[in-house]
Design a protein around this ligand. Sequence first.
Ligand code: TTP
Ligand code: MG
Length: 240
Amino acid sequence: YTMNGAVTFEHVTFQYPDTAAAVLHDISFETKPGTTVAIMGATGAGKTSLVGLIPRLYEQNAGVIKIDGTDISTLNTEYLRDSIGYVPQEIILFTGTIRENIAWGKEDATLDEIIEAAKLAQIHDTIIQFPLGYDTILGQKGVNLSGGQKQRLTIARALVRKPCILLLDDSTSALDVRTEASLLQALRNISCTTFLITQKISSTLHADLILLLEDGSLLAQGSHEELIADCALYQRIYES
Ligand code: TTP
Ligand code: MG
């Protein structure tokens, strides 16, 4: 079966094996398939740790994580990681063509699939402006991309695998508001549940659900309107 991408956390607590204290405490929330979830919180709040639990990069110490109602600890990890696209906080590009960089990890991707992923990631128009297009070489002897272009290229790399769930760890920080909005709309159009770690209010405005983390706890959750009405910290972030 293919995933719909409804993710549920039920009282999830997590601690890294080598640390003394839990970095996530009693986290509960529920997403609907194909929606956008923004995760906000100060540095060290636990945002990267939270999304890492979804493809089971780590196991929680307590609580249950479900996808489409199924406890993920009962799912095959290969299947899970095939269905979940993960764009890590640290961007990794290598010397090689744009095409090779997007297909990294899915070397059998066709050019059509690569172009489709690049269009969704809002980077196709930039790529075709280079004289060599998708055969443009990146790296020291080739073209150097801007921060935002690199981010979109790594998003395209995740999308070429056609994930049902996409985890973007600060991957839109260098994008302008319009490009980011186009990206999020494109992901909605393909019904890809998107977790977007962000520090920008512009990214949370259109999210269906905002999770606000503070020191590993879920301080507040809801829509922008709900958090503006109820959450003093969110109001402060919004006004700053
Ligand atoms: P993160 O989950 O990395 O916090 P963050 O993603 O919200 O922070 P940033 O905005 O800077 O990216 O870390 C939460 C806590 O977990 C923090 O105290 C560091 C700790 N930690 C580890 O002990 N081992 C790890 O591998 C990671 C990623 C974090
Ligand atoms: Mg992080």
